[in-house]
Design a protein around this ligand. Structure first.
Ligand SMILES: [Zn+2]
Length: 80
């Protein structure tokens, strides 16, 4: 899986209650930035200019995206 980043819609782009923090797959290095980008949960699509890029996890997380978060810690046998 490629690099990921977190972002949420800027104020005014979505209702405040729907400004979830989603997880997005970053475009490959050197590739053109696509006009629209879809969150890993496949339920949200935005233009880059509509997103607030987050360097730390803030706001209400999108739980569907969290389930698709790549694991950086090796799993231990017997754990989910
Ligand atoms: Zn999401």
């Amino acid at each position: 899986m490629r690099e990921t980043f977190t972002a949420r819609p800027l104020p005014g782009i979505a209702d405040e209650s729907k400004r979830l923090t989603h997880l997005f797959e970053a475009p490959p290095a050197g590739a053109p930035i696509p006009e629209r980008i879809t969150a890993l949960c496949n339920s949200a699509e935005f233009g880059y200019s509509e997103l607030e890029l987050l360097t730390v996890l803030r706001g209400m997380p999108c739980f569907a995206c969290l389930h698709k978060t790549p694991r950086s810690v090796p799993q231990v046998a017997g754990t989910p």
